[in-house]
Design a protein around this ligand. Sequence first.
Ligand code: HXC
Length: 260
Amino acid sequence: MAKSQTFQDLLIDTPCEGVLRITLNRPDARNALRTQLLGELRDVLMEAVTDESVRCAIITGGPKVFAAGADIREMADKTPVEAMTDSRQACWQVIQDFPKPLIAAVDGYCLGGGNELAMMCDVIVAGAGATFGQPEIKLGMIPGAGGTQRLTAAVGKARAMKAILTGEFMSAQEAFEAGLVSEVSENAQERALDLAKIIAAKSPIALRLAKEAVRRAAEGGLAGGFALERKSAALLFATEDRKEGISAFLEKREPKFKGR
Ligand code: HXC
């Protein structure tokens, strides 16, 4: 039973009836989404699909960081083929396909793959100090888990381009006004739990069909964009600029990109 298992990178609890809470728990690496963490998330969600006691799930992180994106150290030596075929892709697929309502409760940094994870959730509750962004461009990369598509669908081309081409962050309030988050709250954890309780009391069958229909409206036209993004993100693993971007981050210096 996943809920009673101990995980390396996640904390799992049931804060109230019907609600499964998954807490990303790698604070030393700013909750970077390494393969281990994504695999655990996949396992918990797969089990929750068939567990009738789970009516709604919350994904959350720590008070200072929801997740700082893909694990940059883990990506350092990947080839394009490995980036295309590694097990992380299948994990993302399970998260995207989770049929029950998913709420992201976001405090602190929500960046790169972390923001992509939040955008795979159905409702995003942001703490007042939360910060959102897709900083991959600073590493010589681009988002690879749907960020170019979902961010554009959420906030429109003008704001998505600015965020993705500059890597600059958005405050919680900006993200709310742009349509990226559902609500900003002084206490995102409590508010997410309130919403989860409200949702968990509804008919699970109606919830499932409502989620499917809204997702079709929001993402029905994005399949081609997802595929293009995934291939482009993998292709960039072949560039010198990507190596330079990652080295610069790890050495805590500014990168020098050469277009090679
Ligand atoms: C691995 C990470 C990490 C990450 C932080 N760390 N983010 N390790 N992957 N994404 C590590 C740091 O190396 C450091 O390790 C420790 O966590 C603390 O980080 P600091 O930078 O010192 O913390 P802080 O000053 O609090 O700044 C927090 C932060 C910053 C703003 C979140 O860490 C940051 O900008 N992180 C990277 C964000 C990012 O670029 N995300 C996109 C990743 S690419 P040490 O050992 O020094 O203590 C992505 C998709 C790629 O998501 C898709 C390709 C297919």
